[in-house]
Write a protein that binds this ligand. Structure first.
Ligand code: NAD
Length: 305
């Protein structure tokens, strides 16, 4: 069965170019009413223009779809959600995609380089999500996408500000997906790698043209469908390929022998290979499960058998 979005209102931030543009076009072709948000500035966050969003709105309309432009910065996330409500009366899907870069090695990052990156990526995604939340909660339905990066998940030289913001978005998703569960508000994170003005000169020239952003759009659209129950997941996608990413925790080791003992640095050294042994590592879905492990540790110390 075709995955349709008729009667659904979708907000895509940073939809005037690159990945966001392809998301907006695919949503539009599936019947969604799309808010094409884009500040229309430079990739480093300077300037603004209405062109980027307008061109994508025209493209969606020419293909028979419904779309409206929004030129606000994601930092004013409430205004973007207002555009959806004012024009279409509701919001069902929020794709937090807008982004900029200020690449520098750690010692050269100015306060402004740090703040602008956190503002657009992390605060912007928070601002839109908080503004959409009451509508999602009331209608007991919502789909949210956060956008992380391999630079956040794995690190990348010269991107400390960006890496921090991008991994912050995973933290935001982790809690939002827990808070939204009982209202059918699902939140997942896409980790894309695609050709765009942002990655020109970063991705290898010989594969750049092949790494089309439209190859990632179906993953985002699938995650936002009402039938998709997945939540709290990170999905990496590039080149017409997708895979789940998650972090795991090893079984660990006690570093003291009794409940009255305080561990020493030498005890940590002695147990280091066990502390770092990941051969039986597993994923935990919430910190409740981790707390249960700690209670187990205390019980083991109090009742050694
Ligand atoms: P892009 O520069 O082509 O698109 C980003 C869009 O966001 C631009 O159109 C820009 O005008 C808009 N934007 C910037 N600041 C904004 C703001 N304050 N408010 C509203 N709109 C704003 O880049 P892209 O490669 O398509 O990146 C899209 C997202 O994917 C970003 O969050 C980026 O960090 C992330 N990402 C991209 C890649 C990749 O390989 N392209 C990899 C990892 C993560």
């Amino acid at each position: 069965m075709t995955l349709r979005f008729d009667n659904r209102v979708v907000v895509v931030t940073g939809a005037g170019a690159g990945l966001g543009k392809q998301y907006a076009i695919l949503f539009g072709s599936r019947g969604a009413k799309v808010v094409v948000n884009d500040l229309g500035g430079h990739w480093n966050g300077e300037g603004k223009s209405t062109n980027a969003a307008d061109i994508v709105v025209d493209e969606i309309k020419q293909a028979g779809g419904t779309a409206v432009a929004d030129y606000n910065s994601v930092v004013d996330g409430n205004k973007i959600i207002e555009t959806a409500i004012k024009n279409f009366g509701r919001i069902d899907v929020l794709v937090n995609n807008a982004g900029i870069l200020r690449d520098k090695s750690i010692v050269n990052i100015s306060d402004d380089d740090w703040d602008k990156i956190q503002d657009v990526h992390l605060k912007g995604s928070f601002a839109t999500t908080r503004a959409a939340w009451p509508y999602f909660k009331k209608q007991k339905f919502g789909r949210i996408i956060m956008t992380t990066s391999t630079s956040g998940l794995y690190g990348n030289f010269g991107q400390a500000n960006y890496s921090a913001a991008k991994l912050g978005l995973v933290g935001l998703m982790n809690t939002v997906s827990i808070e939204g569960a009982k209202y059918d508000i699902r939140c997942n994170t896409i980790c894309p790698t695609a050709a765009s003005r942002m990655t020109k000169g970063i991705l290898p020239d010989e594969v750049f043209d092949e790494m089309k952003p439209e190859l990632i759009a179906p993953v985002v659209v699938y995650l936002c469908h009402e039938d998709t129950q997945e939540t709290g997941q990170i999905i990496e996608s590039s080149c017409g390929y997708a895979t789940k990413y998650h972090y795991v925790r090893g079984p660990g080791s006690l570093i003291r022998d009794s409940i009255n003992e305080v561990p020493t640095p030498e005890a940590v050294r002695a147990k280091w290979s066990k502390i770092t042994d990941m051969s039986k590592a597993k994923h935990y879905d919430s910190n409740v499960e981790v707390s249960a492990e700690y209670i187990g540790v205390l019980q083991k110390l109090k009742n050694p058998s």
